[in-house]
Design a protein around this ligand. Structure first.
Ligand SMILES: [Zn+2]
Length: 317
């Protein structure tokens, strides 16, 4: 198994190129016409659910070195270590300042965030990443399909929501990983698993968090909902013909993962607030549930079956 590692020493030695990049950016901003320079600013996305998704949430520790730093309706997970931190997901563009404030209110520094990762490249999970990368100087890594979207800030054909997906600030530098390769920041090891279907690049993340000798296997499982624009059919399309087989592959992956704690990009999809008190972050007994990933996959399969039946003009099974 190949691994990708970010070590503190390597990050420190990157300070010069980062400084040069910002200097270049400043020069370009001066030289470019105003609309392009202004497009660097994070503009809030207005959508029907955006305000509800972006409701503030006090950050809290889930277990060991793993913290919720997302909003009340959108996941963002911080995995800390003395040699740098990993952040998974950046919410909406307007979530970025809330995520940053959550990280800092826990006593961590943005510049110690060394690696930013993503579940899938829709505006509500990747929209804040450009700003969070600027605030931290972190490396951003994504699956090849998601990386192409994040580099442009525009979804790509193949996305079932292509024609309705909001654009967002493009991420300046996005490296790609290979699924199942371990990514490391100091002692932290996270593994990306392919769970495509909701988008072709959907990624589920796993890692182990320990509190003393009590270690738990975390799964940050990507969205599995068969949501699409009206012009996309899961049963018949030319842009993502393998979508149903991809979903099935993802369900099988989710069902086989070692899964003590399931967390999802939309916390309601895994009933997070039934398991953790949103007011004080108190962890309930239900946080650990070894069957949660299997149930999540099974319910996603039922939703896809219902969607397929509807497209074929049959009653929901
Ligand atoms: Zn999505």
């Amino acid at each position: 198994m190949k691994t990708f590692a970010i070590r503190a020493a390597r990050c420190a030695s990157r300070s010069r190129p980062v400084a040069n990049r910002f200097m270049l950016g400043a020069l370009l901003a001066l030289a470019l016409p105003l609309p392009i320079a202004a497009s660097r600013a994070q503009s809030a996305i207005e959508c029907a659910q955006c305000a509800e998704w972006n409701a503030p949430q006090r950050p809290f520790r889930l277990h060991g070195n793993t913290y919720w730093v997302g909003t009340h309706g959108l996941g963002a997970i911080l995995i800390t270590s003395p040699e740098g931190h990993v952040l998974i997901d950046g919410g909406l563009p307007q979530s970025a300042p809330l995520i940053r404030a959550s990280i800092e209110s826990l006593g961590f520094r943005m510049r110690d965030v060394k690696l930013i990762l993503n579940s899938h490249a829709h505006y509500d999970h990747a929209g804040g990443i450009a700003e969070l990368q600027r605030a931290s100087g972190a490396r951003v890594m994504a699956s090849p399909w998601s990386a192409a979207v994040m580099r442009s800030g525009r979804s790509q054909p193949g996305d079932p929501q292509f024609s309705i997906a909001f654009g967002y600030a493009a991420v300046a530098n996005v490296a790609t990983f290979t699924f199942e390769d371990t990514l490391r920041v100091g002692p932290t090891a996270v593994v990306p698993h392919a769970t495509p279907g909701h988008t072709p690049g959907g990624t589920t993340w796993t890692w182990r968090a320990c509190d003393g000798t009590r270690c738990l296997d975390f799964v940050y499982a990507d969205s599995e909902t068969p949501v699409s624009a009206d012009d996309f059919l899961f049963t018949k399309n030319t842009t993502y013909p393998s979508v149903i087989a991809d979903f099935e592959r993802g369900y099988a992956t989710l069902a086989r993962l070692s899964c003590d704690v399931l967390v999802t990009p939309h916390p309601g999809a895994s009933s997070l607030w039934d398991r953790v008190s949103p007011s004080d972050g108190a962890i309930g007994a239900g946080l650990v549930d070894r069957e949660a990933c299997k149930r999540y996959a099974a319910s996603a399969r039922r939703a896809l079956e219902a969607r397929v039946a509807k497209e074929r003009g049959r009653a929901t099974p």
